[in-house]
Ligand binder design. Sequence first.
Ligand code: ADP
Ligand code: MG
Length: 310
Amino acid sequence: MSEFSIIQQYFNRPCQETDLGIGDDAALISVPQGYQLAISTDMLVSGTHFFPDTAANHIGWKAMAVNISDMAAMGAEAKWATLSIALPEANPAWLNQFSAGLFECAEQFGVSVIGGDTTRGPLNISLQIMGVIPRDQALTRHGAQLGDEIWHSGYLGHAAQALKYLQSNQSCPANLLSALHRPQPRIQLGIALRTIAHSAIDISDGLLADLGHILEASALGAEIAWPNIAHQLKAPTEDNYAMVLSGGDDYELCFTAPPSAHEQIVAIGQTLGLPLSCIGHTCQPSGIRVLDAQQQAITLQGKGYDHFKN
Ligand code: ADP
Ligand code: MG
């Protein structure tokens, strides 16, 4: 199979809102007047981000979903993506499944694949995602204010639980597996929060690590109530704390907003059918304090996943 026929057969699909798509040396897009272009990129490396034997369909979905999640965190609408992929071989069955998962996610969120690069090498998938956001409405990490309430969407720690099952070769409950393999980018939530939240981030490396980025950028600290976090792990063990607070791959949003927006945010959760949990507030000094039901501080060894830490 030639490089050209791989692109043609698996990655060239009709594009929307695109002036020129796949086939030229560059794609052309127009950003609507009054909007800013939001751009982000995320790479998935075999053996680091997924087990080499993961179903290709899941890999395709996840590669797209984690990129769209970055758009959600900014309050942007995802529109276009480019796909750079290194493949060890041209395996039609694998490519078929991979592209099916990739485009299923892309279509669900209105994203067109407008270009990319295809080469031979150890399996590595890098996507660049582009989206649009009304000028000056982007949610950022540096906007949190003193006294903001801190929220997260969905449930935390499900993907980390799934990973634990897989690593110990146990069969894993379906809802946990789907959290790991088919994360749902919170695009509608990001859009709804544009004029409400002061700051936002998507949780990819664990709540403490990612909330930590907001706090650092905003020069604040936080107090978090463990009982308010939405999760399935009731037992107060170190392991459970770690999965919920610093397990990776949640792809939920964490955001801060003024207490005056509390009811509005509750209503957004109801409209979207998405649990939104108010888990604490920003404060001084810096650092995150997590308190259990007895108001005792929970301490953890590692704070989140870091590719360059042992
Ligand atoms: P060039 O050699 O000029 O970089 P390529 O032969 O690499 O062009 O790519 C030809 C066309 O196919 C380009 O429009 C490129 O964006 C697109 N393309 C290449 N690989 C992919 C891919 N994996 N997914 C989507 N489009 C791709
Ligand atoms: Mg090229």
